[in-house]
Write a protein that binds this ligand. Structure first.
Ligand SMILES: *Cc1c(COP(=O)(O)O)cnc(C)c1O
Ligand code: SF4
Length: 463
């Protein structure tokens, strides 16, 4: 029977928070709407260190929580950087279960040991990279990483190996924008007429100056075979104020967009909302400006445990975003990168959430749920696995037009399996046997050598 009380029928996605919520944070109780609405004030007051957390929250944060955060700083692969906008949207009365706190400010008590088959570069972006800063995996589209800094750092980042600077536990080759270093990528694109589509990611296009937005856009538009550009930024979700107050940046983007339009080429923004809690009246105002200018904004989310692996939340997120003309594009199953085991969910969660989101609103607003196959298979529809051993948390995938000869494996988090299955994962030979059994289900004709190679790749011994 239809449940007309359900999230699908609710109209609350039309409500946009517009109160002065930051005044609940002791250090910001006297900050005016004008200051809070300025992107410069937001950037200057971003939370980067434990001492910032303490200074800003004062007695609203317990010693226990501070100790928990401090312990996470020692082991997490991502640095912390949170805009005051996001920081004050966290429910500081219930920080442990808050979906925004979970995404941007880890606590050690919730972190789990990495999956035995995690890889720092789980998607093989570096393996499929012909020249620095470029990944060319699919026939006609590429991923360009002109910088590796962002206005916020997400615990779930798939590129934690290079994004956001060294942490207490790992060294990274993080880089800022520098046009001299982009030339090999541009030259590769000029030399490859099959490429039509460039994702300008990173890092985050918010951290490109207007001059660099323009330079990258113009250089790519000048390459005759390139037809589509996407500037990737999480900014609209975590710092919508910039769209409203950084005219130079918006103007640079709009000039690339308008030039592209005259040339018959598509220039769009790809952004990144994972929780309806990231959306307020600021978001709506920012989107109203971009929509009036005509540029398309698409969004993607990462499915995270206790954040959004819940159909009601995803339905609300989808409806609220499409209400303000953001087009939901992808929902990713969490990549198998380090430091996020507590945030990963199962392929089953993805299948079930997608099943309920589909049918709740316009088909063109329903995001495609995908698994970006570890080992560089690329994005695959969440229900398109060749085989799924749900008990042991192993799914096997093919990518016929990307890497036709290979099988790809994704693994559900071990803590979500039953105790018997968890025990099977405990030692290396047990794990190999599980993998082998699943691979044999899909292709019983593999040689021993091919089977060994699959395990060696999972173990990071070969690539
Ligand atoms: C995601 C991605 C793209 C773009 O893929 P779409 O499915 O068109 O969004 C291109 N190259 C790489 C390496 C990617 O990971
Ligand atoms: S904004 Fe994107 S690139 Fe930057 S930390 Fe978050 S997920 Fe990673």
């Amino acid at each position: 029977m239809l449940d007309r009380q359900s999230a699908a029928y609710s109209l609350t996605h039309r409500d946009f928070r517009d109160d002065e919520f930051w005044r609940d944070i002791p250090a910001w109780k006297d900050v005016s709407r004008g200051d809070f609405g300025s992107h410069l004030w937001q950037s200057k007051n971003s939370i980067r260190k434990l001492s910032n957390v303490k200074d800003v929250l004062g007695d609203r944060v317990s010693d226990d929580l501070i100790a928990d955060i401090e312990a996470a700083f020692k082991i997490a692969p991502m640095n912390v950087r949170i805009t005051p906008y996001v920081f004050s949207l966290i429910d500081w009365n219930n920080p442990l279960i808050d979906p925004l706190r979970k995404q941007f400010l880890p606590v050690a008590s919730q972190m789990l040991p990495d999956h035995p088959y995690y890889l720092a570069d789980s998607l093989y972006e570096d393996v499929d990279s012909p020249v620095p800063m470029l990944t060319h995996r699919y026939p006609d589209k590429v991923l360009f990483l002109p910088l590796t800094t962002c206005p916020v750092y997400c615990s779930y980042c798939t590129r934690s190996r290079i994004i956001g600077g060294s942490t207490e536990s790992i060294e990274k080759d993080t880089y800022g924008p520098n046009p001299k270093n982009w030339e090999p990528a541009f030259e590769y694109l000029r030399q490859h007429p099959e490429i039509e589509d460039v994702v300008i990611s990173g890092g985050d296009a918010y951290n490109l100056t207007p001059k660099y937005i323009q330079l990258i856009g113009d250089t790519l538009l000048d390459i005759p075979h390139i037809r589509r550009l996407r500037y990737a930024t999480k900014g609209i979700a975590i710092l919508p104020q910039k769209i409203l107050t950084d005219d130079a940046w918006v103007d640079a983007l709009m000039s690339v967009y308008k030039r592209g339009r005259k040339m018959g080429k598509q220039v769009v923004i790809h952004t990144h909302f994972s929780s309806p809690r990231e959306i307020t009246q600021w978001t709506r105002d920012a989107m109203d400006r971009l929509y009036a200018e005509g540029i398309i904004v698409r969004t993607q989310a990462v499915l995270q445990d206790g954040v959004n692996n819940d159909a009601d939340i995803m339905i609300r997120l989808t409806k609220q975003l499409s209400y303000i003309n953001v087009r939901p594009y992808y929902v990713y199953i969490h990549d198998m990168v380090p430091g996020c085991e507590h945030l990963r969910t199962t392929v089953r969660d993805g299948v079930e959430v997608e099943k309920r989101v589909r049918g709740t609103t316009a088909g063109f607003s329903v995001p495609t749920f995908v698994c970006d196959a570890p080992g560089g298979g690329g994005k695959r529809h969440i229900s398109s696995y060749e085989y799924y051993d749900e008990e042991n948390g192993i799914s096997v995938w093919r990518a016929p037009e990307v890497k036709p000869q290979e099988l790809f494996l994704y693994f559900d988090p071990i803590h979500r399996l039953n105790p018997d299955a968890q025990a099977r994962w405990q030692n290396a030979s047990g794990r190999r046997a599980l993998v082998r059994a699943c691979v044999d289900q899909v292709n019983p004709d593999l040689s021993d050598e091919q089977r060994d190679k699959i395990s060696q790749r999972l173990e990071g011994i070969v690539r």
